[in-house]
Design a binder for this molecule. Structure first.
Ligand code: EZ4
Ligand code: CO
Length: 412
């Protein structure tokens, strides 16, 4: 007889209600089910294969209670540490085990993580427009929906398509922006850093004039600038008092942020593509950033992200967890539990899924008056409807890439 908490089944579930999601489902001998999000946008099947072919056989027969030991085993026994595929796979296992533990405890996960440190989790929405009037309409719409913090992205004159700009309002009027496009090849976008640097400060000037000094405003430069360009942008945006400026440089080179930091007091956020605390070692220790963008999903789960955020807390660096649509409802629920519990919470991105997604994922987290709350269901508070999921088979989709006017590939 296995013990009641022995892992007896592990399933890798791939579905595409509007977009692709990979979910790991772990079941114990007693029939307790835990879910983890394993979605890596544009490389979904790589994580699914890592889980199915290499990790699931290691989990069967193990004790679901041993979360830390399982994390260390999966991290160290692979030998080839880190990387987005491995760390997303580890995250899915980790979150599913936390879900099980919290269900066994009869508590919502945030209670196991230390209990609530606040009444709700401040969420920011995306707003965007092809031109400034459309952007202002988009901001107004998000405020009417209850959001109290807004990320601003616009088109750039002379640049055909740019990251973060919704092409058209959906027929329902719902805001949507989905960068990963279904099809055999990635979409090509274009880019011009100088045109962007000329355009953006005036956009923020107009938004501030329209909405006043108090509304927290954010912006994502999406890894496209050099350090000196990033410094220029941060300086030019100082009068508009951003909540943060995100991913100003492609920060594989952490030291690039030193130059940016020397020139501007605009707060900096980075790390949605980072996977472990090692990616943050220099930028946190040298206090080169203000917010950690990593999600539970891509940084080794609750266990991995909490390690990063505890390190960050020593330096007054706060959380700003990644929450685009490619974080599944399972990943969003995990983020909401962790954000409610930690002391150094900053803000939570909340892009909101297509309503069709809720046919597969039933969630209990709520959004009220600008704040997310994970709810009081035991565990994560998410259920997966496998019959519904089967109606939405995987469809190949890629994130876009960018070229400069002369054809050179640029960071997207
Ligand atoms: O481009 O999640 O801040 N959010 C972002 C996202 C990322 C996508 C990539 O999969 O930058 O929109
Ligand atoms: Co971003």
């Amino acid at each position: 007889m296995p013990s009641p908490t022995t892992i007896t089944a592990v399933d890798v579930l791939v579905t595409s209600p509007g977009r692709n999601f990979v979910t790991l489902r772990i079941t114990t001998a007693d029939g307790v089910v835990g879910l983890g999000d394993a979605t890596l946008n544009g490389r979904e099947l790589a994580v699914a294969a890592t889980l199915r072919d290499h990790i699931v056989p290691l989990l069967l027969g193990q004790d679901a209670h041993r979360i830390e030991d399982t994390w260390q085993f999966l991290y160290r026994s692979v030998y080839w540490r880190r990387g987005p595929v491995t760390m997303t796979a580890i995250a899915a296992v980790d979150v599913a085990l936390w879900d099980i533990k919290a269900k066994l405890a009869g508590m919502p996960l945030y209670q196991l993580l230390g209990g609530a440190s606040r009444s709700g989790v401040l969420a920011y929405a995306h707003a965007s427009g092809r031109d400034v009037p459309a952007l202002l309409d988009s901001v107004r719409q998000r405020i009417e929906e209850g959001f109290r913090a807004i990320r601003i992205q616009t088109s750039v004159p002379g640049v055909r398509t740019v990251y973060g700009v919704s092409s058209a309002p959906s027929p329902t009027g719902r805001y949507s922006y989905e960068p990963a496009k279904r099809g055999p090849l990635p979409a090509e976008e274009d880019w011009d850093s100088q045109a962007y640097l000329r355009h953006i400060p005036g956009v923020f000037e107009t938004v501030r004039a329209e909405f006043g000094a108090e509304l927290p405003l954010l912006h994502d430069a999406h890894h496209r600038l050099t350090p000196i360009q990033a410094a220029r942008l941060g300086t030019d945006l100082e009068p508009y008092r951003l909540f943060w400026l995100e991913d100003v440089t492609p920060a594989e080179n952490q030291e690039a942020l030193r130059l940016v930091r020397q020139h501007t007091t605009t707060p900096l956020a980075i790390g949605e593509i980072f996977n472990t605390v090692w990616d943050y070692q220099t930028i946190i220790r040298e206090q080169l950033i203000d917010y950690v963008r990593s999600s539970v999903v891509h940084a080794g789960g609750i266990t991995g992200l909490r390690r990063i955020l505890d390190y960050a807390a020593q330096y007054q660096v706060k959380s700003g967890m990644h929450g685009p649509t490619d974080i599944s409802p399972v990943g969003m629920a995990a983020a909401t539990h962790l954000s409610l519990a930690i002391h150094n919470f900053g803000i939570q991105e909340y892009m909101q899924h297509d309503p069709i997604t809720s046919e597969v994922f039933r969630t209990s987290f709520t959004f009220t008056d600008g704040l997310l709350h994970p709810g009081e269901e035991p565990g994560l508070g998410v259920e997966y409807d496998e019959d519904a999921a089967e109606r939405f088979p995987y469809e190949r989709a890629y994130l876009p890439f960018a070229r400069l006017a002369d054809g050179t590939i640029h960071d997207w």
